[in-house]
Design a protein around this ligand. Sequence first.
Ligand SMILES: [Fe+2]
Ligand SMILES: [Fe+2]
Length: 336
Amino acid sequence: MYTQAIDIPQGPKDEVPRRPRSLREDEYEAEFDARVGRGEFVEPKDWMPEAYRRTLVRQISQHAHSEIVGMLPEGNWITRAPTLKRKAILLAKVQDEGGHGMYLYAAAETLGVSRDEMIEALHSGKAKYSSIFNYPTLAWADIGVIGWLVDGAAIMNQIPLCRCSYGPYARAMIRICKEESFHQRQGYDLLLTMMKGTAEQREMVQDAVDRWWWPSLMMFGPHDSDSTHSGDSSRWGIKRISNDELRQKFVDATVPQAKVLGVQLPDPELKWNEARGHWDFGPIDWQEFWNVVGGHGQCNRDRLADRVKAWADGAWVREAALAHADKQRHRDQLAA
Ligand SMILES: [Fe+2]
Ligand SMILES: [Fe+2]
């Protein structure tokens, strides 16, 4: 997964307090800007502006949370997968998403934030995660459509991050993007199989496409004109391509795939624009988007409650691992 432009403000406390700066800091910042301008990576021990660090912590942790919460809507179908092959594929995919969350938490930790702080921010509802996971997975076809559209949108969003200015984030994204491309293909393959099946199966696919199309377009975040953090993020080389450009690329890539599949995308205004060389599409319901971001989507409460419960249920594992590490340390000390 997953992102919605990956960087949604988390409230007024999120802003970096303004304070007078020393001449030294001005010099450092000029050097920092020049390095980023030359396309060099910024590494954990390098000096960086506080606002850059905070933006990255917010973005990478939102990204990590999205991977982890993103396991829930699909994990819910593992026991109901129709064949052993599909079960094995889905298990592997959900496990990948868990791994993505772990790399990303580790990348955020290099910026001086602890995993406990990040988890606490998620569980208290302060931290955001991609709103796409607040929609329910009602049928087996949803699993295919999530792979095709949701992982497909995630790839569009995430490929440019492989070149983002922060080294640990960029490097994590290379492996993540490779795995996401497997996720997209398994979804498309699942749908192709269903489309060759019965009329009922084809209807099930169409219904899932109808429900997931618009939320997938929302994954690219608000229009460029309404996107709060985009200016700084592009200047710092975190964001390389704007929300609207990525959304257009996604639509252009997806329309021909829908044709091959034999499904209708639920947008009467979708039409090829010869002059622009792109597909035109209808208006997005931003009220719905902000409603879900604000915690009022169909599954927000369940998703958060499930994460909090999983964390509490896993407490004994964390405690046992710590106790084991302690015992080992004690043994090593005695031996020394
Ligand atoms: Fe994925
Ligand atoms: Fe992922």
